[in-house]
Every structure is written in C-alpha cells, then in structure tokens.
Design a protein around this ligand. Structure first.
Ligand SMILES: [Cu+2]
Length: 260
C-alpha cells in the first residue's frame, strides 16, 4: 500500500502546486479619494439579491483570464460573461483611484492599462459591446530583461494595488473604467498571454470640460500576434511595445482622444 500512498501524496502535492500557480487575481475593491468601495467578487453571484457593486459582475471565481484567441470576443470587454455593475463610484476630475487586487503572482509580469468609456446614459444598463474606450494611462516594462522589472512588480510591492489619477478636466457623466493587467509569463508561446480586464462604473462630478471622442471597442484592442501580446519575457530584449490603442493625449478640439 505504501507506493499508492506515496503516489497519492505526490498527486495532492502537484495539485496544490498547480492551484498556487493558477492563483492569478481580480479587483476586490476600489478606493476613490480615500473611500473604500467593494468591487465584484465571484462568490457574490450566489447572493440574492445581488449586492450593489460598481464593479462589473464577471465570472471571476477562478481568478481567471482571457486568452488571446478570445481577444475579439465580448469577454475581453469586462472579463468572462460580464454583466453591468449595478452601482457607481462617485469621483471627480483629478481624483486618486486605487484598484485593490486580491492577489498577484510576481511571475505575472506585464503591462497595466487603464481605459475610460462614456456610457452616454446609464452604465448599469449600457450594452457593453457599444462602449468605446480611450486609453488614458499605461505602464509596462521598466528595465532589464529575462524577465526584467515591470510595473506589475510595483503593484505587488504596493500591497497588490494600483493607483491612477482621473484626467484633470474630465467632463461630468457616467463612465466605465476598464482597468487591466496583461500577464506575459507564458506569452512567448502563441495564445500564452493572459488578459485580466476589470470594469467599474464611475459617476464623474465637477465642472470638467473635456469629453471623450472617438475611442475603440475593446474587441478591437489586441490581436494574438501583436508584439506586446506574443512576447518572450525569458530572453534578451531592450524594450517592449505596449499593446492596444494609442495613449490619449490632452489634445486640441476635434483630434481623437480629448476635446475641450
Ligand atoms: Cu496566473
């Protein structure tokens, strides 16, 4: 019987190692101007009625990800099977917003991207496939190679949180903020990158005058062969091309990105 016990022990060991490796992450909460708001957590789907969360209701019980072969399908917009968040976080232009992740493995190096889409109405009912996103903040590779130092290392050091500031003159209204990490630890192989998009509804107050024009549907952000998606972290490199649409600049009226 001893060999069987040993085999079972080895199996359970490898299973626990597996679950450790597959512990990726999701956003559990958001701090806006110092105030904490609960995000969406996968186990909330068992509650009736559903709790009020500005975080979109995605199937994130497994802390899972969207793979490159699915980058053109609706799950890339706000994560797996996402439904609209049913509340808002109030904020204003220039507000400091912190996304708190539950966990993030240091091996999961890659870009951190932030997008905003105006809902032109109610974000709790808007059709996600109609959302046009503008990228307004991004970070990725910092130095070194194989694998080098990345902004995700800062996220891990900073209590697994990421802070971004809302654009200084953003016009009031309802917006979906799409916060995303793309993990590159397996991205040297085709379909190996892992996208972790998280959507949160914001109600922007104040007297900003810069609205968003243009924008890109999230299903058109990335392709599996983009240089920042098919990328070998474990080799020599001197740079990294951040995937997705160009970062919005605060530009003159009529130019794609911002008007004001
Ligand atoms: Cu992972």
């Amino acid at each position: 019987m001893a060999p069987i016990t040993t085999a079972l022990f080895a199996l359970s060991l490898s299973l626990s190692t597996l679950s450790l490796i597959s512990a990726h992450g999701h956003v559990t909460g958001i701090v806006a101007d110092g105030k904490w708001y609960s995000g969406w957590n996968g186990e909330m789907k068992y509650q009736n009625p559903l709790p009020l969360t500005a975080g979109w209701q995605a199937d994130v019980l497994d802390n899972g990800f969207i793979a490159p072969t699915a980058f053109a399908a609706p799950d890339i917009i706000c994560h797996k099977s996402a439904k609209n968040g049913n509340a808002y976080i109030p904020a204003k232009p220039g507000s400091k917003i912190t996304f708190q992740w539950n966990t993030w493995p240091v091996s999961h190096k890659g870009p951190i991207l932030d997008y905003l889409a105006p809902c032109n109405g109610d974000c709790t009912t808007v059709d996600k496939t109609k959302l046009l996103f503008t990228k307004f903040a991004e970070g990725a590779w910092k130095s070194g190679d194989n694998p080098g130092t990345w902004v995700t290392d800062d996220l891990v050091k900073n209590n697994i949180s990421w802070t971004t500031t809302l654009p200084a003159n953003l016009a009031p209204g309802n917006y979906v903020w799409r916060h995303e990490i793309i993990a590159l630890h397996a991205a040297g192989s085709a379909n190996g990158a892992q996208a972790y998009p998280q959507c949160v509804n914001f109600k922007i107050e104040g007297a900003g005058t810069q609205g968003l024009v243009g924008g890109t549907p999230a299903t058109a952000f990335y392709t599996p062969s983009d240089p920042g998606i098919l990328f070998n972290l474990y080799g020599a490199f001197k740079g990294y091309t951040i995937p997705g649409p160009a970062l919005a600049k605060f530009v003159r009226r009529g130019v794609r990105g911002w008007v004001g």
